[in-house]
Design a protein around this ligand. Structure first.
Ligand SMILES: NC(=O)c1ccc[n+]([C@@H]2O[C@H](COP(=O)([O-])OP(=O)(O)OC[C@H]3O[C@@H](n4cnc5c(N)ncnc54)[C@H](OP(=O)(O)O)[C@@H]3O)[C@@H](O)[C@H]2O)c1
Length: 326
């Protein structure tokens, strides 16, 4: 028997409960893992509260992230006792996920734990951190350099936002944080490397087709009118890496930033990101993230606290990253 967060659906309502479950109920997969740590991402919040259609079949175990130790293996890349990370590939959505003491997975979904990284710090990074790294890399690949000007990060207090700010600062970029919680989080965001803080309210006004140019690059985790505003303020040849929808999935914009300023909108997906790109991103994250990130931008909780934290993340009340100790 092992402990897990189980989701069931009754009368179209999602019911979440911590329960013991028999190991024989795990799917017959290539790798059995003892989970050391999982984490709570925005998507986990949507799954656990039932506020988003994340879970494909009930009963389910959520948790899109996990890091742990291989207990049984049919694949020589991951021998018994080796440490692994799993993010994406539908784990915690279509397949039972990481908010459990044990999980059965396909070998192709895994990456080996990067040298120099603990399973706990891997989950402090998690899907959010991997996505932040992919966003930063997309701006670098679009030839946005530290001297080109400021880089705007929206949803700055969140997992993706706070990690993106830290990474940009470490790489010598001037990162400007947009947050709805300036009072609460300015000190943390400045410690992580934000050069200035802007109130989210300024980005929630309807955008004109083109506004004054301010930003060489941007990382947007919010979508909707905030992303529309960001696009209208981009510098000539600027680039925006868009990965999120915390403010909505619509995009009330015009073609003007694209056709008159050559602005590039770069879509970022971490779920089906290729293996080599993933491994490279994890290595870069391990090298770049300073100790203060792990110490100050992360909270550790137990499996019993996950239901409460799922509500909090959906209500925009979580700062930084939340790791779950199994
Ligand atoms: N494409 C991918 O592969 C991928 C991967 C990971 C995450 N995501 C998406 O990226 C987004 C951020 O994920 P996360 O894990 O960092 O979530 P998170 O920790 O909840 O951060 C989201 C942040 O957005 C801001 N926010 C919340 N509600 C908002 C609203 N109604 N309007 C405007 N801003 C709002 C808050 O920051 P402030 O309080 O500072 O404003 C919040 O901390 C989510 O939409 C998630 O689904 C996508």
């Amino acid at each position: 028997m092992f402990n897990a967060l189980i989701l069931e659906q009754h009368d179209k309502k999602t019911i979440a409960e911590i329960r013991q479950i028999d190991e024989s109920r795990l799917p017959n997969e290539e790798i059995l893992v003892a989970v050391d740590y999982s984490s709570i991402n925005y998507k986990d919040g949507l799954a656990i509260t039932g506020k988003g259609r994340v879970i494909k079949a009930f009963p389910a175990i959520p948790g899109i992230d996990l890091a742990g130790t291989v207990l049984q293996s049919n694949d020589q890349r991951y021998p018994v006792g080796s440490k692994i990370i799993s993010t994406g590939w539908g784990v915690g959505e279509s397949y039972w996920g990481g908010l459990a003491e044990k999980v059965a997975l396909k070998a192709d979904w895994l990456v080996p734990l990067t040298d120099g990284l603990s399973t706990k710090n891997a989950m402090k990074i998690g899907t959010a951190g991997l996505t932040a790294m992919l966003c930063v890399q997309a701006l670098i690949d679009a030839d946005i350099k530290p001297d080109d000007g400021e880089i705007l990060v929206t949803g700055a207090s969140g997992g993706v936002g706070s990690t993106a700010i830290t990474l940009l600062a470490q790489l010598g970029y001037k990162a400007v944080a947009v947050t709805g919680r300036a009072k609460e989080n300015s000190e943390l965001l400045t410690t992580l490397g934000a050069t200035r803080i802007i109130e989210r309210g300024e980005f929630e006004e309807p955008a004109r087709a083109l506004e004054q140019q301010h930003w060489a690059g941007a990382i947007d985790t919010v979508g909707s009118k905030v992303l529309a505003k960001v696009l209208s303020q981009m510098n000539y040849n600027g680039a925006v890496a868009a990965c999120g929808l915390a403010g909505g999935f619509d995009l009330p914009t015009t073609v003007m930033p694209f056709i008159l300023r050559g602005v590039k909108l770069l879509g970022i997906d971490s779920v089906y990101c290729e293996y080599d790109k993933r491994v490279q991103a994890w290595q870069r994250l391990t090298t770049l993230l300073p100790e203060k990130f792990y110490q100050q931008a992360c909270t550790e909780i137990s499996l019993n606290e996950t239901i409460h934290y799922a509500e909090k993340i959906i209500n925009g009340q979580v700062t930084g990253r939340t790791v779950v100790k199994l």
